[in-house]
Structure formats: structure tokens, C-alpha cells
Design a protein around this ligand. Sequence first.
Ligand code: NAD
Length: 490
Amino acid sequence: MPISNMKYPEVKNYFGGKFFPGTTKKYLDVISPLDGSLLSKVPLSSKEDLNHAVEAARAAFLKWSKTSIKERVQVFYRYKALLEKHTLELALLIQEENGKTLDEARAEVEKSVELTEFACSLPNWTGGEILEVSKGVECRSDYYPVGVVACITPFNFPGMVPNWTIPNAIVLGNTMILKPSESVPLSAVRIAELLKEAGLPDGVFNIVNGDREIVEAICDHPGIEAVSFVGSTTVAKIVYARASSNFKRVLALGGAKNHLIVLPDAHPSMTAGNVAVSMSGCAGQRCMAASVMVAVGDTDHIIDQICAEARKIIPGQNLGPVISAEAKKRIERYITEAEKQGATILVDGRNAIVQGKEQGFYVGPTVIDNVTPTMSVATDEIFGPVLSIIRVKDIDEALAIENANPYGNAAAIFTQSGGMAKYVIDRADAGMIGVNIGVPVPREPFSFGGWNDSKFGVGDLTGKSSINFWTKLKKTTTKWNPEAKTNWMS
Ligand code: NAD
């Protein structure tokens, strides 16, 4: 398709408060999953582009890190107001580049507002501590910013995942380089513009676009102190190993395979509604999506309702497309493979076509019954609107299946028994647990982060727990009075 047909101008890098074309001849098309149309093209930036961004971020750090947190936070009060003012515009852009429904895109902006609200509360969480440890001798601790931090983000939340890190890291005094997903680079441009409008000094926030090559350059760059990553487990492991081998602080969030355990006593309509929305929301492209339902005992009455709910989810209406033609093919391949292996397709989302959007990448909601634990639909992250049902006889068998999966992002239990819920909470090997909740995303000030192959590094990326990742703690011991009581320590 000729470039003149692009809806938006070519995406640029952003550093020192200005947009610059990449110093590269390599570009990728940015395609809207809604209808396959060409939105823009994105540069696969070079190391030289990264150097410019790091220089800008290092220069800005000198002043920004010395600005008081009370002052830094003012920028984010204004940023929050701008996110609210531009919610619809931002949601439409997210929808265009990612494909999710307008309601889902709007929720992403609303969550970004909540993340920013939390960042605005950080002065109240980061006061440090002071104690007179012996007569006339005081110890105090203070949070210091880490320096230049780089954040690498995935395609599935073009607005929210960058905002997991931007407000907290910057309010805590760091300067930042964002490397957005090359599939959805447009929202980041608007984020940069809104941060500037909110009064963020030039160089505090920067963007370098690209793919694998620029991520590797980030991991190797001596001017970057910390790296956060959100994406697939394969790449999370690469980034964690490479950046930490260069002695950087790293937190790398990976993929997921979330199990929902459903007991026969679960509330039928509440459970069915939650499970259907969890597996199909954002076209199943959420790291918190339900992927496997472990049905304990006789749950046919609930499964029937789940299928009825799934049939109400219509591609192009209340279900967006998946990100690419390749993703659609991959998801449909998984469904066909399960069918060949003897699973029962209760609701079939293959070959979905939306009239007027025939070039879009739609997959309808799919429910597969009689899945066995070794089938690929039970073991692999499919990242599409597909629910695999494994039937078991009791709760321990269900937990054994849940805990045998290498990931550990989310798990949920659906029951009306508090005792059974507690049994699962105590034993499920996952970082975020839902009780009668299909997408158990913790809300601020609670932090977001899984376990096992869903996260590499210590602590979480958002909420209160992120303070330790974005700061260094300085411990100062003070004595002014020569007569102060001294002991073996002082
Ligand atoms: P991805 O791993 O393909 O890409 C993520 C980022 O890594 C992108 O910016 C991309 O440019 C870069 N990248 C891709 N391949 C690379 C390579 N070989 N070397 C270095 N960098 C590389 O992930 P995606 O497809 O954009 O996103 C979907 C994945 O993200 C799913 O696995 C999903 O579960 C996961 N995810 C996890 C969380 C979480 O909180 N755990 C949140 C959102 C998404």
C-alpha cells in the first residue's frame, strides 16, 4: 500500500522534548487489526537514536532528581486531568491501533488515571524513617531515584502498560526512555504530548521505537540504570538475563496461563458471566485472561451458561479482533489441533468474518470441553478468546493441574464456600488470586505482578511495592552532640 494512504504521519522518536525521525532506513507498517488498514509506519531505530535519548534523559536527570517530590507530583495532577479530558480521543486511538472495543479502550485510559492518582499519592508513601537509635544518635532513611530507567512494553495495552511505569518512576525522580511495542506505537506519541502539556521538563520522558535490536541495545547501554519489561516469557527471560548481566536493576513481567477452578456450588450466572468475560475480554489478549477452566465434579449447569454467555459475544460488536493475521492463524490452529486430539468444541470462533471489515483479524469466542492436561490448548499461552475446560474429580486434582503450569500470573476459584476459597488461596502457586473474580487485577495501592515464569526479578512493577524498584534507599546515621551516648556501634 502506498505511504500516502497512511492515516497518521510516520511515527517519530522523542527525546529532549522534540520528535525526530529515526536514523534508519528500516521501518515497519503499523496496521489496524480492525480492518487491516495502514495507520502509519514505525522506525526500527538504531543505537545512535538510543544514544540521543539516553543523553537527553541523563541531562534532564541532574535537575529533575533534585526537584522536590511535592513539585514533581504537580505535573502528574495536570497529566491526570489531561487524561480525563482526552479520554475519548485516547480510547479511539487505542482502539484503532490495538483493535479492542471502545469500552475496553476507555477502561484502559480510566486505569491510567488511577495509576496516575496513585503516583500523586507517592509523597505520602515515601517520607522515609527516622529514629534515635542511641542517646543523641539518629538513623534515617531516604528514597533516592535510580537514574535513567528504560521501560519496554507489549502490544496488548498501548496506554495502560506504559502508564504502569511512567507516573511512578518519574514522580520518584527518575528520567525515562519508553520503548513501545512496534505494533502499537501511536498511543505513546500522545502520552509524550500530554506529559509535555502537563509541564514535564524536556528530556525527563523520551521514546525510542524499534524491535529486538533496540531492546538489546537498551539492555547493554551503560547510561541506563534500570530496565522494566512487560511481554512474553521468552523475551522476558532474554531481557532479564541480558540487562542483569550488565549489572542493571531489572523487573521483567512475562506471559501467563491462568486457571479458573469452578466448584459445583459456584453461583451459576455470576460464574458464567465472569468466566466468559475473562476469557474473551480484549479478545483474550490479556495476561490476566482465563485460559483454562478446571471444572470440579458436576458443573454442566455452569458450563451450559458459559456457552450461552459466549454466544452473546459477537465479533465486531462486543469483541474486537486479535492483533494480526498471524495471531488469528495461530489461535485457529490451536483450536483445530485440540479438535483433532479429541476435545469437544462447544462454541467455535474459527473463520469469523465481520461484514464491512473482512480484512480485520477476528476470532470468535471459543469454548473447548474435554481437554486433557497435555493438549497444547492446556499448556500453551494461546492469547486469544479461547477457554479450555479440563474436568477433574476433586479440588486437589484441580490444584495439581493449576500448579503444574510453569506460569504464575493469576488463578481464581469460583465457589460459595469460604473454606474452599481459602484452601485454594493458600495453595495456588500464582501471584494474583481471584475469588469469584475472573480478572483479579489488584487496584492501587496494591501492586501488580505474578510469580514463577510470569515474572523475573524481585518486587512488583506498580503500586506500593514498585517504590523499591524505582528508588535506592540511603541510610544516614547522625551525631551532633559530642556528649551523645556512644556504644559499640557509634
Ligand atoms: P513480546 O514479548 O513479543 O514483545 C514485548 C516487547 O519486547 C516489545 O516491545 C517487542 O518489541 C520486544 N521484543 C519482541 N521480541 C524480542 C526479542 N526477541 N528480543 C528483544 N525484544 C523483543 O510480547 P507481545 O506479543 O507484545 O505481548 C504479549 C505478551 O505479553 C503475552 O505473552 C502476555 O501475556 C504478555 N503480557 C504480560 C503482562 C504481565 O503483566 N505479566 C502484561 C501484558 C502482557
